[in-house]
Ligand binder design. Structure first.
Ligand code: FES
Length: 176
């Protein structure tokens, strides 16, 4: 099956480059690849939360490693996005404790409310729903991650409120 190619405006600002250089400075000069994960997070945050092939190539060039070394990391971890995603990504934990506490019904509820399937952004690009593995907050099941923050003990009412708050621009996605 042919993969769709998404284009992206690459913008490595002076501030982003300074942050990348700071991250690289934490490692010996012959171990620059060790900074790849934090650099990818910074670069993704600065590019609407996704990483095109061209942007991954740019990261490889900056670090001085092969592009494939970036591709293999980006394709392995679900926190890196390879296509444009909804601005508000509802990442529901789908591991047993959250399932036993009704997370799948809440995912269905959210998808129906937003008029989407799992893995499809809404037409306005505002929302997307995704299932992920255990987020390490099993005692607060059912839960999900929204940006850098956890939303715990979810109910349909909490989902309604979160969606309303996202639409009203009241949700902070990043903790910095
Ligand atoms: S099972 Fe959901 S956070 Fe661990």
């Amino acid at each position: 099956m042919e993969r769709k190619h998404y284009t992206q405006q690459i913008n490595i600002t002076d501030a982003l480059m300074a942050r990348i250089n700071e991250l690289l400075s934490h490692y010996p000069s012959d171990k620059r690849k060790s900074a790849l994960l934090p650099i990818l997070h910074e670069v993704q945050d600065a590019h609407d939360n996704w990483l095109s092939i061209e942007l991954q190539d740019k990261v490889a060039e900056i670090i001085g490693i092969k592009p494939v070394e970036v591709y293999e990391v980006v394709t392995f971890y679900t926190m890196f996005n390879q296509r444009p995603i909804g601005k508000y990504m509802f990442e529901f934990c789908q591991t047993s404790p959250c399932c036993l506490n009704g997370v799948e019904n809440l995912m269905d509820y959210t998808c129906n409310k937003l008029g989407v399937k799992v893995g499809e952004p809404t037409a306005d690009g505002m929302f997307e729903v995704r299932g992920v593995e255990c987020l390490g907050a099993c005692g607060y099941a059912p839960m999900m991650q929204l940006g850098d923050f956890y939303q715990e003990h979810l109910t349909e009412e909490k989902i309604d409120q979160l969606i309303a708050d996202c639409r009203d621009n009241k949700i902070t996605l990043h903790d910095k």
